[in-house]
Design a protein around this ligand. Structure first.
Ligand SMILES: O=C(O)CCC(=O)C(=O)O
Ligand SMILES: [Fe+2]
Length: 479
């Protein structure tokens, strides 16, 4: 048994010279110790980009029916030069359908910025605006106050002015003595009824405004979870969905790629199932993720671990787990962990094949396949910005079918962090729960994003499939 984590069919092992030397006595090393050790690692020359790796494009247009979707990528693409270097100089464990190739670029969250343009009213309304701060939403109904009771407002203002005048008169009387008494009396007499009337109106108005604010607050509360726009919940946490499937018209995205009949989507859509993977299995996989990610972790809120390439978030960059930890990672993962991964992957693949009416054997696991761990820590680099709307086929190229296996529970382990399909008119959300599998065709018919995580930690694993055998990869295995 190879003590290192390998991908089936590969024989290469990390160069000993490139490994951190002394400080790695245990895989339990975390954070600062790991960072310090890695600083001691000499930089490696960057070989050319692997064949087949798509260079990030700054602007991509996708046609969805009559609508034009413009996707803008952040400057620098998905990875900085430094990050690319780390990964390119990795151990080269990836295997595509039996042929060796170098490690792919890591998967991290697509830092794509979604933006939609369209002709007139038929344009797809992608709601990417920033949510108002929570308190501002509560206050918003108060702006309706003048419209609700303008009369009472002016009466209240008049009453206020009269009261001020009366108080001024009292002060003047104190200053000037009894001569002013008569005038003050009349001022008070004039102010009295007005003040009372205005006060009552003001109180009534205040109460109604408070009611409106409360109702608005309630609305804001319910829509806060959606963060933006109208949302329909496709899968609620707590329910057990057997086989939920919603068909959506395919985009033309697949036309730009070689078609593989019997696999390339002709029928598009999205599905959710809570019975493919058990909660116990999800919890076991989550423990694998926790162990792997405990070796590193992003300074920002989003960390990934790609079992296939070995890409692991560390600070503001990525390192290759296999390269930098070498033999030291033995003990982190067991044979059973990988058998479980394979089993889970197979069952998800079969589920997808069944839902889309294709043969499971025509689909191939593709890269990247990765664990994600998200918390509410502020993003430090664009790689931490997981919440941007994106299309997997644009982001990852080879994807035809995307699946997500959730490993923790929305509203119990974390707040925010729901998955959102960004549809015209009404977004559709999926509330993660441990063991829930969500899958969908990867084209722009399934534009999506993840809500920001407000508290707690969210774990998931992305497992995706391609129809092109050349883009297929083997399951990661412990050899
Ligand atoms: O974690 C999720 O729910 C979605 C992640 C995602 O969109 C992706 O990996 O492309
Ligand atoms: Fe995605």
């Amino acid at each position: 048994m190879c003590p290192k984590l390998c991908t089936s069919g590969t024989t290469s092992s990390p160069s000993a010279a490139a490994r951190p030397s002394s400080s790695f006595s245990s895989w339990r090393l975390r954070g600062d110790a790991v960072r310090a050790a890695l600083r001691a690692v000499p930089a490696n020359p960057a070989p050319p980009l692997p064949v087949g790796v798509r260079r990030p494009q700054r602007l991509q247009r996708r046609r969805v029916g009559k609508r034009v979707l413009v996707l803008q990528q952040q400057p620098g693409g998905a990875h900085s030069a430094e990050q690319r270097q780390h990964l390119r100089s990795g151990s080269g464990r990836a295997v595509g359908a039996g042929r060796a190739e170098r490690s792919p670029l890591p998967p991290p969250f697509s830092p794509h910025l979604g933006q939609v343009r369209g002709a007139g009213r038929s344009a797809l309304q992608v709601q990417v605006h920033q949510a108002l701060p929570h308190r501002a939403r509560w206050l918003r109904p108060l702006s309706l106050l003048p419209a609700l009771c303008p009369g009472s407002l002016s009466a209240a203002r008049r009453a206020h002015r009269s009261a001020v005048a009366a108080m001024a008169a009292v002060a003047a009387r104190r200053r000037t003595g009894g001569g002013e008494r008569r005038r003050q009396g009349s001022a008070r007499r004039n102010a009295g009824p007005l003040e009372a009337r205005g006060g009552r109106l003001w109180a009534a108005c205040f109460v109604s405004a408070a009611l409106v604010a409360a109702a608005g607050g309630l609305l804001a509360w319910s829509s806060r979870s959606a963060e933006d726009g109208v949302a329909e919940v496709l899968a609620r946490r707590g329910e057990t969905l057997l086989d939920k499937f919603v068909e959506v018209p395919c985009s033309g995205d697949y036309d730009g790629y070689r078609r593989f009949e019997g696999c390339t989507p002709r029928r598009c859509g999205r599905g959710v199932s809570d019975v493919v993977i058990t909660r116990e299995e999800a919890e076991r996989i989550r423990r694998v993720a926790e162990r792997g990610l405990s070796l590193g972790g992003s300074d920002g809120g989003a960390s990934i671990l790609d079992l296939h390439s070995g890409a692991l978030s560390l600070g503001k960059q990525f390192v290759n787990l296999y390269r930098y930890f070498g033999d030291k990672i033995q003990g982190i993962f067991t044979e059973e962990d990988f058998a479980l991964y394979r089993d889970v992957r197979q069952r998800i693949q079969q589920k997808i094949a069944q839902a889309f009416g294709i043969s499971s054997s025509s689909m191939y696991l593709t890269k990247p396949t990765f664990f994600s761990r998200i918390n509410s820590t502020e993003a430090k680099t664009t790689h931490d910005e997981y919440w941007h709307p994106h299309i997997d086929k644009v982001t990852y190229g080879s994807f035809d079918y995307t699946s997500l296996l959730y490993l923790s529970d929305y509203a119990e382990d974390f707040g925010g962090g729901r998955f959102v399909f960004m549809d015209a008119g009404s977004n559709k959300t999926i509330e993660p729960q441990a063991g829930r599998v969500s899958f969908f065709t990867s084209g722009s018919e399934n534009l999506h994003r993840v809500e920001k995580v407000h508290w707690g930690t969210r774990y998931a694993i992305t497992i995706s499939f391609t129809c092109n055998p050349d883009h297929g990869i083997g399951d990661p295995v412990l050899m």
